[in-house]
Each structure stands twice: as C-alpha cells, then as structure tokens.
Design a protein around this ligand. Structure first.
Ligand code: ZN
Length: 205
C-alpha cells in the first residue's frame, strides 16, 4: 500500500500554490452534508483539555485510530508541477477525520483537486490546517465554528482527484502569511510533527 502513496494526489491545490482567492458559489447548506448523529460522539476528545502543539508540544493525528507507525512521509513526493507539500494518511472510507489542534473552522471549500476540504486556523492564527478529499463534513461543522483537538470534522473519502480505490486524508499545515488569508501560506511537513508528537485518538464504534 505504501508504494501507492506517491501517486495519490496529482495536483492538490495546497493554498500556497493558489495565486488568487478561489470563489465558492455554493451555499453552506449545499456544502454541508449531514451524517449519522452517532458520529458526533468523538467530539469529546480525551485530548481536548490539553494545549495545542503551540503549547504542550503535542498534536492529534487527524484520522481516528491511526498510529504514528502507520504514517509515511510523502511531503517531498513529486506531483505535477510541484512537490506534494502535505501528508497523505491512508484510512478506510468513512473513518472520522478529527481536528489536529484547537482552533476555528475558517473555510469550507470545494475544489476540483481537493474535493471537500476544510481550512482550520489555530487559536493563535499562525498556522492553517488543511484537510482534503473528505467524503463528507461532520454534522454541524460550519465556518466560524470553534473546535478542540479531536473534534470530528469530517470523514475520509476520495473527493477531488483521489483515486476511488485509495481513500485517504490529504493533510497540510501552512504557516500563515501576514495578511492571514486562508488560501495563502507556506507549507511545512506535518510528518515530523506527527512522528515525534502525534497522539492517536481512539475510534469509537
Ligand atoms: Zn495528498
């Protein structure tokens, strides 16, 4: 499976590569997909009372049940016209995607390559956490919503250009530009952070 990873995302529009703010003409109701109510239970994450990576130095692995030893660095893999600039985390379709840090859902955006995506700002508004290829958003997720680490924000899928047979989360961390625009930032490699400081959140059944 790991040998497939390099070919997964052909051209994910990581915010850093987008020259101008894309427009999303859909209403929030169209963007938000309601899912089973039981999926909300993981909002009470055991790590919710801990500080974010900017505080105590740890970070929640953003796919429920995934351990550090299941991650493989593909930040520098070649993609069409650029390097990947993100971490692909393989997981079965429908696996909960959780907030990596405390923060605010800043933007729900649909793009051709990323599919259903979420841009989360951390509390200090220094970094953007980007989650892509979601199968759906979690119920109640909307722009402006404050979330804590481990809050379920969506579900693993293949929307955008992910191969239908290889569901995964495309996860990126961007350092914000001074203007704090959600589509602009400098990508940093999530892998070393998760390898050294990642906390696994249990997937409740
Ligand atoms: Zn990717």
């Amino acid at each position: 499976m790991r040998y497939l990873i390099g070919a997964l995302c052909v051209a994910i529009p990581v915010a850093a590569y987008v020259a101008a703010a894309p427009r999303d003409t859909r209403t929030r109701a169209e963007r938000t997909v309601t899912v089973a109510p039981s999926a909300d239970r993981q909002a009470e994450a055991p790590a919710a009372t801990e500080a974010t990576i900017d505080g105590d130095g740890s970070i929640t692995i953003p796919v429920a049940g995934i351990r550090v030893d299941q991650l493989h660095d593909n930040f520098n893999d070649a993609r069409t016209g650029h390097v990947h600039g993100a971490l692909d985390i393989m997981a079965p379709r429908g696996t909960p995607v959780v907030a990596a840090v405390d923060g605010t859902i800043h933007k729900l955006f649909t793009s051709g390559a990323g599919g259903l995506t979420i841009y989360e700002y951390d509390q200090a508004e220094q970094k953007i956490y980007y989650y892509a290829h979601l199968d759906s958003y979690a119920a109640g997720i909307g722009e402006g919503l404050r979330v804590t680490r481990g809050t379920v924000i969506g579900y693993v899928g293949t929307t955008g250009n992910a191969p239908p047979g290889s569901p995964h989360l495309h996860f990126a961390i961007m350092l914000m530009a001074p203007q704090k625009e959600w589509w602009k930032g400098t990508a940093i490699d999530p892998y070393p952070l998760l390898r050294d400081h990642g906390v696994t959140i249990a997937e409740s059944r």
